[in-house]
Design a protein around this ligand. Sequence first.
Ligand SMILES: Cc1ncc(COP(=O)(O)O)c(C=O)c1O
Length: 420
Amino acid sequence: MLGSQMIKSQFPILSRRVNDKPLVYLDNAATSQKPQVVIDAISNYYTQHNSNVHRGVHRLSDESTRVFEESRNSIASFFGAESEELIVTRNATEAINGVAYGWAAQNLQAGDVIVTSLMEHHANFVVWQEVAKRTGAKLEFVGVDDQGRLKLDELRQKLETSPVKLVALVHVSNTTGTVNPIKKIKKIIANNQKETPIRLLLDGAQSAPHMPINFKQLDVDFYVFSGHKMLAPMGVGGLLVKKELLESGEMKPWLFGGGMIFSVLPEATEYNPDLVERFTAGTPDVASIVGLAAACEYLKTLEMRKVEQHDRELVLYAIEKLSRIPEVKIIGPVTPAQAGQSLDRLGSVAFIHQTAHAHDVSQILDSEGVAVRSGHHCTMPLHTHFGWQATTRASFSVYSSKTDVDALVKGLEKISQVFK
Ligand SMILES: Cc1ncc(COP(=O)(O)O)c(C=O)c1O
């Protein structure tokens, strides 16, 4: 069973005490903790294989290259993608910037329209503001309804009436937990395809840790994720790009230098025809890639289907418990979009405490050993839209349990006593 003592014991940091209380870590949407197998994989790489990849014939370089390539393959396979479709980045933010520099800068011009939404993380918002400024493209936003769901009619209307070239949307919101209906979104896009295709970017920073992702089946043009939110080290993430966009040259490299070349002469440089090499300029962070592959293997052993089921149960449990506290107002979907469907929400539950400020809430919870996050969670447009100054978010991972939610609820009840 996920969330069990056995799973918790595989994450060394979870045995820490904070403020003389056992640590209850509910800040997983910001970053997750790392299991011993990931820490060991990184340590083993540095103690046994460390050497630069590809450019040496000595034993360590050969081993390092093999470990690097196997890790890349393993990460791509975890996401149901081909190895060539994976461009390793530092995080989701860098991956979205990669689409901005490697795709948007080449394919957008004045008059084109980029569509994003009001529920985006700043990483999938500010980048497009900047691209719009630089290319002259227009940026338009799809709104959200009262429960924080995307207004699909608005998306449809924009696609019908504007020359949209890119739709960039979050898969699972880091603030409301909303799971966007990708199949429906794709259908709306498909019904409005014109001569120049509309590309779809999915920000998977909060979906990759919580649900099975199969890039081929998702059938989106770009999917981005951050390793550190899915049990891997900080500093590694990825951009998955449909192979046809890479092969046709529609998506171009945006980092240049050593490693990605075939030949270099003073007059001109020919880039490496191998897609992986072409998008790997400079020395890769091999140890972190090894760590990410170990995290993928660990999650595969747990089975992502079960991870999703576990996270859904925790979200429902937290909603049920938190809604009994009168001062707490839960934000995001609390009832299914359609009767008979499961709740389209995953990974986190954020709320407003009506009598205590969000920062006081998290400070008092911290004194109880409970780590949550308060603020705007890098979704200022959404907070502004709803008039929220700050919200408090509890977010889950494979080691989170109902007991952790109980500790949160106990802390909140204490806060209600203090801030009457
Ligand atoms: C939905 C979403 N997108 C993008 C990001 C950016 O991730 P990173 O800071 O790892 O690049 C986050 C981080 O919280 C996120 O939740």
